[in-house]
Design a protein around this ligand. Structure first.
Ligand code: ATP
Ligand code: MG
Length: 562
């Protein structure tokens, strides 16, 4: 760790290093990432994953993956599988330390019985409405439940019958006996067990009662010998309860809860409830729709794990909530892909270009760099012929000043091939240009003219006879406003961006891209970064997703909307 000694520590690292000095957790760092398997992971979870697994790596401890599966109604095996896949894809490994809170249901039940025996928990039979009234408010203390002073025997008997399924849901709950006058509402005799007659995906019909989060989480941490239990700020007021339960249950070890600010990103929503709604109402094609802020969506979009980890690294760990600009996530992606993405040529809106003095039937292959930023990535051969496609945008019949691309009489460089000069155009009956005619300079092979004359513009192209037809999906932000959650009561779905997906069908890509592998994102020269769609790409029907433009395109769109 000596080389890290100089880098500034975040506040959690400071706590850990102080704990080393006082030997608070025996010099150990054991963290956990505890998702509830009720949805797919999103970029906010990535922050927590990078933090928890990152600390374990840095301090040579370990990090557990624990499924916090105490709510059988909302949980699903599909989520459990996707969560594991996403954590692994991000580059982290829990080794043999994968756990389920449901593994501890037996132990938790014993702890509950123990609390009842000690007079620290009781069965309460108030209905939900009354319970709410008795709870009090932030400014008024709560009132003690009339069931608070039931005898230990009666409590044990009722709790046993709750567990045996004798009562209906809501008829009774088990509550911790703490303090109804506490300034902290969480401490006003919180519910620790409820009756729920639902099949659990792991324990089946065994349990008719399920432990609540505040009881489960701290005891699961203790069971796993977690040292630092890191969670988001909204749990700050739950910390006294976390400590109370561990104390009351006299657990042999005492994990320490530390809160940090959750990641908020603009132009998106991040609550799993809303993401599920987007999926169920078919505003998106699924949890892995490339517009979703989910890990699987970002992966399908063409994000690399490196870019996401770097993003999490840059945003840092703080104690105060803030909103991070989506542009930073895209910036991290561009930076990573610029370094690592192989280059390729693709034409999204094709315009035919014919080289009149190039022999019919002749084919040459040009050597193109796979990545000018990294010569070790080598070169590839790109076929060239008399008929090419170029981008419609790269030709103007009536060019403005400083337009260095193709225009009548103007000369341009075809990337890695030749210089061509426009001699004529062919139009359809409506007057649109459907073909550009050129001549090429045979003494400019590779793009450098023999006489050294200057040509400012360079455009990309594909050979019409060799190129593969492709579909390209252009994605933009899912929401049109920075904060779709907006004010209380407004519906975030009103702000869905109707132009978040544009499908461009008649594109052409260089022939080598038929063998593109999913998981590799390319830079289509001058256009942006694109990856084969992991769902729909085939060699016969290549489909590419745009991961990100070469530059921030959002400002351009704002202008277009003016
Ligand atoms: P959501 O509010 O999106 O439904 P959650 O907090 O209920 O998420 P969990 O599955 O309980 O989701 O989260 C697992 C872990 O990920 C928790 O430790 C939680 O603190 C953390 N986490 C969730 N969202 C974020 C976020 N936006 N930023 C940082 N950490 C997060
Ligand atoms: Mg949660």
């Amino acid at each position: 760790m000596s080389n890290e000694a100089d880098t500034p520590r975040n506040f959690i690292e400071e706590i850990i290093e102080d704990d080393f000095k006082t030997n608070r957790h025996g010099g150990k760092v054991v963290t956990r990432f505890p998702p509830e398997p009720n949805g797919y992971l999103h970029i906010g979870h990535a922050k927590s994953i990078c933090l928890n697994f990152g600390l374990a790596e840095k301090y040579r401890g370990r990090c557990h993956l624990r499924f916090d599966d105490t709510n059988p109604v909302k949980e699903d095996i599909e989520y459990i599988e996707s969560i594991q896949e996403d954590v692994r894809w991000l580059g982290f490994d829990w080794g043999e330390h994968m756990y389920y809170a449901s593994d501890y249901f037996g132990r938790l039940h014993d702890y509950a019985v123990d609390l009842i025996t000690k007079g620290k928990a009781y069965v309460c039979s108030l209905g939900p409405e009354e319970t709410r009234k008795y709870r009090g408010t932030l400014t008024e203390p709560g009132k003690e439940s009339p069931y608070r002073n039931r005898s230990v025997e009666e409590n044990l008997d009722l709790f046993r019958r709750m567990a045996e399924g004798e009562f209906q849901e809501g008829e009774h709950v088990l509550r911790a006996k703490i303090d109804m006058a506490s300034g902290n509402i969480n401490m006003r005799d919180p519910v620790i067990y409820r009756i729920l007659k639902a099949e659990h995906h792991r324990t089946g019909g065994k349990w008719k009662i399920y432990p609540m989060y505040d009881f489960t989480h701290c005891l699961s941490d203790a069971e796993e010998d977690i040292s630092h239990s890191i969670c988001t700020l909204e749990f700050e007021n739950n910390r006294p309860l976390y400590d109370w339960v561990l104390e009351a249950c006299e657990t042999p070890n005492r994990p320490q809860q530390i809160e940090f600010a959750r990641l908020n990103l603009n132009y998106t929503v991040m609550s799993k409830r809303k993401l599920l709604q987007l999926v169920q109402e078919k505003h998106v094609s699924g949890w892995d729709d490339p517009r979703m802020p989910t890990i699987s969506g970002l992966r399908r979009r063409g994000y690399s794990p490196e870019a996401i980890r770097e993003f999490c690294n840059r945003i840092g760990v703080a104690k105060r909530d803030s909103v991070v600009d989506y542009a930073l996530l895209e910036h991290c992606l561009r930076e990573d892909l610029n370094r690592r993405a192989p280059r390729a040529m693709a034409v999204l809106r094709p315009l035919k270009l014919i080289i009149e003095n190039y022999p019919e039937g002749q084919v040459e292959e040009f050597e193109a760099m796979n990545n000018p930023e990294d010569p070790s990535m080598g070169t590839r051969r790109v076929p060239f012929s008399r008929e090419l496609y170029i981008e419609q945008d790269d030709f103007r019949e009536d060019p403005p000043k400083k337009y260095f691309r193709l225009a009548p009489g103007q000369e341009v460089r075809l990337r890695a091939a030749y210089l061509v000069r426009c001699t004529d155009v062919v139009k359809d009956s409506s007057g649109s240009v459907i073909e550009v005619r050129c001549t090429y300079d045979p003494d400019s092979r590779g793009g450098t003219p023999a006489d050294g004359r200057k040509v400012r513009g360079t455009i990309h192209w594909v050979s019409a006879t060799h190129a593969l037809g492709a579909e390209v999906r252009l994605y933009d932000r899912l929401f049109t406003v920075e904060n779709p959650d907006g004010e209380e009561g407004s519906d975030y779905r009103k702000f869905l961006n109707p132009a978040s997906l544009e499908v461009v069908k008649n594109c052409y890509v260089e022939p080598g891209l038929g063998n593109a592998e999913t998981g590799v994102t390319f830079q289509f020269e001058r256009l942006g970064y694109f990856c084969p769609d992991s769902g729909d790409f085939t060699a016969e029907h290549p489909v590419f997703n745009r991961a990100v433009t070469l530059r921030d395109s959002w400002s351009r769109i704002e202008k277009a909307g003016e």
